[in-house]
Design a protein around this ligand. Structure first.
Ligand code: ATP
Ligand code: MN
Length: 473
């Protein structure tokens, strides 16, 4: 009789009992006694483990009862109602096959493994309880994203990853070339001859898909992108990656008001969806943070309580000018003095979200001098229709704006910024042919995952983090 191969998720969710089954996964622990052993198995399908009772009478019992944590096994047996507390189902094994052994050098054996250590073991950390939880949540947040926009009649757009435009005008791009770097073709003026390069001109990895999304919004109405983004900024912080994923909705006929509402709705939807689909994962994370707080002698604030409040409340709304007033009046030592005209630093963003508003806050109407050229200019001549969403613990999670739809104003702004109009000819033409008011934003996916998992370092919520001086695995 062949037993059906089932996931632990399926077995526990039904639950399936009084039936033979085969399970495959990685051993968490083995507790041996003379007559039988308890094997605790996880297969990655869910947070829970399954307990298997292996009788001393089964084949190869000596090897099985001394397996090390991390061993890969395939087990056939009968699923029965569990007598023990907690678990509904356990398995009475009739056959245990060791698929892949481990030896004492298996890096994940130690009980207390620091996040720094696990980053060096990025190939093995998917086996851990913690990373299983984080990456199942990441999966569900991706699904939530498609559901949220799909349900509102947005179309999913795949914007290009290779581009010749520096969309943010920040110059923090990775160059892409097929030239031989050890033997570059040079022009007479001593500069590299990019005419000989693959695309006949310099090309980069995208920092955003926004400009392309605007083309589609002004044709299909509502679109969103969800793809990888690359920034060669030298930021070694817990919230910056060199390669990260961004979700960028772009909507025709939507102003900044609508944009701010869409952003808040989306964040709340992500929280609600995760609460609904990942309760075990969230609980595991909450316990993990609680344990850590205790270890470090810190006060424990359950991030789930905070998220629960956020999903039920309105996001605060202030202008940049109001934000500066709040910061200037605050009894708080800032490293950078808050002054009108200067960029909000992370310390300012976090003060606003964590100390002042104690929740998410949307800041709008920033000075144009440090915002991108495509943002709609306000009548005051000084500010633009920009918005950033700031959340406690992370800081900026969303950056967006209403876009400048006026051809003349956009042209003037590009010139003012000293940018070249040539590569942007098509983007400018959007404003010449059937232009319309439109808005959009970019949500940094890993920052959102940090927010919902409560993890403190962005390197722990992406499979294989790329940061300055680090591109391993
Ligand atoms: P920051 O000031 O925090 O570096 P930014 O202003 O450069 O962010 P935007 O250009 O507005 O960010 O990008 C949109 C969103 O993408 C941000 O709100 C953030 O969530 C995310 N993001 C930006 N840069 C990074 C990065 N290097 N790593 C991870 N996420 C990022
Ligand atoms: Mn940045």
């Amino acid at each position: 009789m062949s037993a059906e191969y089932l996931s632990i998720k399926k077995i526990l969710s039904q639950p399936i009992i009084d039936c033979d089954a085969e399970i495959k996964g990685w051993v968490r622990s083995v507790r041996k006694s003379k007559k039988f052993s308890f094997i605790v198995l996880n297969d990655g399908s869910c947070q829970a483990t399954l307990q298997i009772i292996a009788d001393a009478t089964i084949d190869d019992y000596e090897n099985i009862s001394t397996m090390l944590a991390g061993t890969c096994v395939s087990i056939v047996g009968k699923l029965v109602e569990s007598g023990g507390k907690g678990q509904k189902v356990e398995m009475q094994a009739s056959q245990v096959e060791i698929v892949g052994k481990v030896d004492a050098s298996y890096p994940l054996q130690k009980k207390a493994t620091s996040l720094e250590y696990l980053r060096e073991q990025a190939h093995l950390r998917p086996r851990s309880n913690l990373f299983g939880a984080i990456f199942r949540i990441r999966h569900h947040m991706s699904m939530a994203t498609h559901r949220f926009f799909g349900d509102q009649e947005f179309y999913y757009l795949h914007s290009p990853i290779l581009t010749a435009v520096d969309a943010e005008g920040a110059g923090e791009m990775f160059n892409v070339t097929s030239l031989n770097l050890n033997n570059l073709p040079m022009k007479k003026d001593g500069k590299v001859d990019f005419a000989k390069d693959y695309f006949g001109k310099p090309a980069n990895l995208c920092v955003t898909g926004q400009l392309e999304a605007e083309c589609f919004a002004l044709g299909m109405g509502k679109v969103y992108t969800f793809g990888p983004t690359f920034r060669a900024e030298n930021s070694n912080t817990p919230r910056h990656l060199s390669e990260f994923w961004m979700i960028e909705p772009e909507v025709a006929f939507m102003d900044l008001e609508g944009n701010a509402k869409l952003a808040a709705d989306y964040i709340k939807y992500l929280i609600n969806y995760t609460f609904e689909h990942c309760p075990d994962e969230l609980e595991a994370l909450s316990n993990y943070h609680k344990f850590n707080a205790k270890q470090n002698g810190e006060e424990f604030v359950d991030h789930l309580t905070v998220l629960d409040k956020v999903r039920k409340s309105e996001f605060e709304r202030i202008t940049y000018t109001e934000a500066i007033k709040i910061l200037a009046a605050a009894k708080h030592e800032f490293e950078f003095k808050p002054d009108w005209g200067v960029e909000l630093q992370t310390e300012h963003e976090r003060f606003l979200a964590e100390v002042h508003f104690k929740g998410p806050v949307t800041v709008t109407d920033y000075p144009k001098d440090f915002k991108a050229f495509y943002m709609k200019q306000n009548d005051d001549g000084k500010t633009v229709r920009a918005m950033d969403v700031l959340v406690p613990g992370v800081g900026e999670i969303i950056g967006g704006s209403q876009r400048e739809e006026d051809f003349e104003k956009l042209s003037a702004r590009i010139e003012e910024d000293g940018m070249s109009k040539n590569p942007l000819w098509w983007y400018l033409e959007l404003r010449k042919f059937g232009s319309a008011p439109h808005s959009g934003f970019g949500l940094g996916f890993e920052r959102a995952i940090r927010y919902i998992t409560g993890m403190k370092n962005i390197r722990d919520v992406i499979a294989f983090p790329r940061t300055p001086q680090n591109c391993d695995f």
